[in-house]
Design a protein around this ligand. Structure first.
Ligand SMILES: [Zn+2]
Length: 279
């Protein structure tokens, strides 16, 4: 049986062939567009189901649902949660109850982690002779890596904002800090308590050697995740990941990880059966 036949065998009535995007960022985290603008872009691109998955933030969900009420587009609650494990991992949670105290607290705690992370980034920049004034940052409301990168770019410290991000803040950069968050186990059980599904985001971005990739996936599965983001621009082995999901009865999802129009197209033409996420 080839993969296309497996898709059809596992998916319902052709509905799943629609264009969807279950991994989208808005201004509520590090995206460049407002929720409204991002949804209008989705509608213009012919996308029929979306999830706003801001980093450790659920604020965009309600706005998205209200905005889409009379529009021909389905919204699934979403969030992308940074977890602490052997390696940094992002977990996408879908279709959870966003009024639950646990989820609200998770977002609050994440803000605290982010603030701590931001001050250690500033500390590292200073150590390397880049004198960024923390007080001024506060005044200018610069409190994220993306905004800081734009600011440093305006100082002429890189060829582009992306170049600044790569040089200073990405793995190996002079101001790189390991993002901290709740443990993988805690995140999975919290998502389940809130009635949602916990999905491993873009495995292609895991900082792990090719040799250890599958043992890592296996370990994460054993922790109790419900599925894997099989279709992502960050993945290079979607077919293998799909087979793995089917063999292990895991949900498979897909999304563009959209942050801005410059960063790549929104939407993903794939065969993700939404019925697995949205009951
Ligand atoms: Zn993302």
């Amino acid at each position: 049986m080839d993969l296309n036949q497996i898709y059809l065998a596992y998916s319902s009535g052709g509905k799943h062939l629609e264009k969807i995007d279950l991994h989208i960022h808005s201004k509520y985290s590090d995206g460049s567009l407002t929720v409204k603008d991002v949804i209008e872009l989705c509608i213009d691109s012919g996308i029929s189901a979306i999830s706003i998955t801001d980093h450790d933030e659920i604020a965009g969900n309600r706005e998205a649902k209200e905005f889409c009420l009379n529009r021909n587009i389905q919204v699934i609650s979403g969030i992308e949660i940074t977890t602490t494990w052997k390696i940094p991992l992002h977990i996408l949670a879908y279709d959870f109850d966003d009024t639950k105290e646990e989820m609200i607290n998770l977002c609050k705690n994440a803000k605290m982690y982010r603030l701590m992370e931001f001050s250690s980034i500033i500390g590292k920049l200073k150590k390397n002779g880049i004198n960024v004034d923390a007080k001024k940052m506060l005044e200018m409301k610069i409190n994220s890596v993306s905004e800081l990168a734009k600011y440093l770019y305006s100082w002429g410290l890189g060829e582009s904002v992306q170049d600044v991000k790569r040089k200073f803040f990405s793995y190996g950069g002079i101001a790189f800090v390991n993002k901290k968050g709740p443990s993988l186990e805690n995140v999975i059980s919290l998502v389940h308590e809130c009635g949602g599904k916990a999905i491993l985001a873009h495995p292609g971005r895991m900082r792990v050697s090719n040799q250890n990739f599958w043992s890592c996936i296996e370990e994460i599965k054993e922790k109790g995740i419900d599925g894997i983001e099989v279709y992502s621009p960050h993945n290079h082995n979607s077919d293998e990941l799909l087979s793995y999901c089917l063999t292990n009865h895991l949900i498979y999802t897909g999304g563009s990880d959209f942050h801005s129009k410059k960063g790549g197209a929104i939407g993903i033409n794939n065969r993700v059966p939404l019925s697995w996420i949205k009951k």
